[in-house]
Design a protein around this ligand. Structure first.
Ligand SMILES: [Zn+2]
Length: 210
């Protein structure tokens, strides 16, 4: 997804926030925070990654427990009032994981363009000293001693951190060379990042327990 598309969606999102019901737990939530599935005229149910595919949509929380309930063929058939072919849970989880991964990358890429990201040891050290870092992302392959130093700064300043992507991937996402850590400094991007991280965590937790 390019920046313009993403911003366009963000704008559309802000403009119309519609409550939808998750067919797994029956809770009403902002539709934009739910996964959407659509049913083809042939009765094949697919995950609608764009959220705008034509056809009757059903909504499910981005949560392994709700997904497992929703993807029961009888549940889906009752909801859609027709015979349906439902994708299996593992396949959907993989698709959702890819979707969330893409969202994380988009969030960091946009953050970099919006000057909401600090990277590189010296700049991060300065940003931590100025209490500007709101969330830190550590690369999976960061050197142990450096990781320990960053974690110490995080603990000192009560800054949450998460381990994501390799250093090469992190650098690539923000259009730079390899980066072992990047810090977010703007609340708007932090919210976007957190929402995606929470979805990812809920998906993984339920997935592992299954
Ligand atoms: Zn739910």
């Amino acid at each position: 997804m390019d920046q313009q598309q993403y911003q366009g969606q963000g704008k559309a999102r802000a403009q119309r926030s519609v409550e939808r019901m998750c067919i797994g737990c029956r809770a009403q939530r902002d539709g934009h925070n739910l996964l959407r599935f659509v049913c083809s005229p042939q009765g094949v149910v697919i995950l609608d990654a764009s959220g705008h595919a034509p056809g009757r949509g059903v909504y499910v929380c981005c949560d392994g427990i709700c997904l497992r309930k929703a993807l029961q063929p009888t549940k889906m058939a009752l909801t859609l009032k027709r015979a349906v072919l439902v994708p299996d849970f593992d396949t959907v989880c993989q698709e959702v994981r890819r979707l969330l991964d893409k969202r994380l990358r988009a969030c960091l890429g946009l953050g970099q363009k919006a000057d909401a990201i600090v990277s590189g040891y010296a700049l991060l050290k300065k940003a931590f000293a100025q209490a500007r870092v709101l969330h830190l992302i550590l690369a999976e392959d960061i050197a142990a001693a450096r990781a320990e130093e960053y974690r110490f700064w995080c603990i000192q300043r009560a800054v949450p951190y998460v381990t994501l992507f390799t250093a090469v991937e992190l650098g690539h996402i923000i259009g730079k060379s390899s980066r072992s850590a990047v810090g977010l400094t703007v609340p708007r991007f932090l919210e976007l990042l957190r929402a995606t991280l929470i979805s990812l965590e809920r998906l993984e937790t339920a997935y592992c327990r299954a």
